[in-house]
Ligand binder design. Structure first.
Ligand SMILES: Nc1ncnc2c1ncn2[C@@H]1O[C@H](COP(=O)(O)OP(=O)(O)OP(=O)(O)O)[C@@H](O)[C@H]1O
Length: 257
């Protein structure tokens, strides 16, 4: 269970998040949506313990994340960052196996269970064929999938993913969201930043719409994705309909306002 309580995050003189409250129980998949610069990445990084709030707190099973030792935190929270452009001098398999480090002793080598977890994570993300390739030679989408494999191999009860489908083709977008949804259905807590509101409405149990560092609306897709909220958050005129085939909400943005 993740509880965000009265969170305020500042960087220099700027207030990036203010008064943010959010509760995500196990078994839920919540999408953080909102315009560029709304504070989605900052919120995810703060939940991951990477930013210190100036006010409020983030609780993980009733304990402030900032009070947890890094290795303990890494066993509880897997964080998949947005920026995958870094070139690692490692193979895809080595990077995936790094997801196991929080489970290993300080000077221990990876054991059979760690290799098995890494292999399973690569199979789940369809990256087994890339195992021996250097990360530096992979396409943006392939890198994104390998970093997801690393996060899955970490086998943490909380999974935070920042725009995990931004570089992916249609099939891989669905595959990754199905995989994240399966993680939630299996009891993990999943928070995912998505720009595609239609995918967010289809795969997530709830949404939180951020704008200007605050939560404008949170809850079921039907509560959050209203023309009025979309106008206020994005400055667009939009229509929201239910899709005949998927039975989920779809947003069509018509024009900027
Ligand atoms: N270290 C920093 N110093 C000053 N401003 C910052 C810092 N980090 C982030 N910001 C600002 O905070 C705001 C929120 O940034 P953040 O990356 O969280 O937004 P986002 O919602 O994830 O955006 P995007 O959809 O474009 O990825 C932005 O205006 C950004 O410029």
């Amino acid at each position: 269970m993740i509880v965000v309580d009265g969170l305020r995050v500042e960087a220099g003189k700027s207030v990036i998040l203010d008064g943010v409250d959010l509760t995500v129980p196990p078994g839920r998949m919540l999408a953080l949506v909102g315009p560029n610069g709304a504070g989605k990445t900052t919120l995810l990084r703060t939940i991951a313990g990477l930013h210190r709030p100036s006010r409020g707190r983030v609780l993980l099973e009733d304990r402030p994340v900032h009070s947890l030792r890094p290795q303990v935190l890494a066993r509880r929270i897997a964080y998949l960052p947005q920026d995958t452009a870094l070139s690692f001098p490692f193979t895809a398999y080595q990077v995936t196996l790094m997801g196991r480090h929080p489970h290993m002793g300080r000077f221990a080598l990876e054991g059979a269970a760690d290799h098995e977890a890494a292999e399973q994570a690569m199979a789940a993300t369809g990256t087994t064929r890339l195992a021996d390739r250097s990360m530096a030679t992979l396409s943006g989408g392939e890198r994104q999938l390998v970093l997801l494999a690393k996060a899955l191999a970490q086998d943490a009860p909380v999974l935070l993913a920042d725009e995990p489908v931004s570089a992916l083709d249609l099939r891989h977008q669905l595959a990754v969201l199905q995989l994240l949804r399966a993680c939630a259905d299996a009891g993990r807590t999943v928070l995912v930043v998505l720009h595609d509101l239609n995918l967010a409405a289809r795969y997530c149990t709830e949404l939180a719409l951020l704008a200007g560092g605050r939560v404008l609306a949170a809850g079921e897709p039907a509560h959050v994705l209203t023309p009025a909220h979309l106008h206020e958050a994005y400055g667009v005129r939009a229509v929201v309909r239910r899709d005949d085939v998927t039975d989920s909400l779809t947003v069509t943005a018509l024009e900027t306002t």
